[in-house]
Design a binder for this molecule. Sequence first.
Ligand code: IMP
Ligand code: MG
Length: 169
Amino acid sequence: MRVLIPEEKITERVNELARSISADYAGGSMLALVVLKGAFVFAADLLRRVEGVKIYCDFIKASSYGYSKESSGVVNIELVPKLSMEGERVLIVDDIVDTGYTISKIKEWVLSRGAASCRVCVLLDKPSRRRVPFQADYVGFTIPDEFVVGYGMDCAEEYRTLPYVAVVD
Ligand code: IMP
Ligand code: MG
């Protein structure tokens, strides 16, 4: 196991992202749509630092991976949020964009439910792995093509509670 992004670096960057989001959504409301399971740690840290915005939270879960490390391209929405997206300024919070299949599908779903706007905030971006064009609005770190774990992310359900991002060698 090799640490790729230490805890202090994550904290610093999450604070910066929270400041940008606070400025962009100032005075209004936002529906934070957290993508389970991988984004739960990032979302908890990020959203607690956003100030001056009325935040509603809900959760969505999509599957494409199973236990393999490669996205299949077939994405199912497994857990549908309870809150209505209609007229809302939705911010999707996810852990990582890899091929782009999952997040593209979730964004499409949100817009089809009548959201007023839909932006995406991800902790990590692996642009070299993209299979469909996708650019997140807020990106914590751009990383090379390596499989990472920790800070919410897993490998076969292990390592989610590590406080840093690591590469399993
Ligand atoms: P995509 O559809 O290929 O973009 O994959 C998106 C999802 O796959 C992410 O939200 C993660 O849950 C998972 N994923 C992609 N790359 C990694 C990784 O390096 N480590 C852990 N999970 C990953
Ligand atoms: Mg995910």
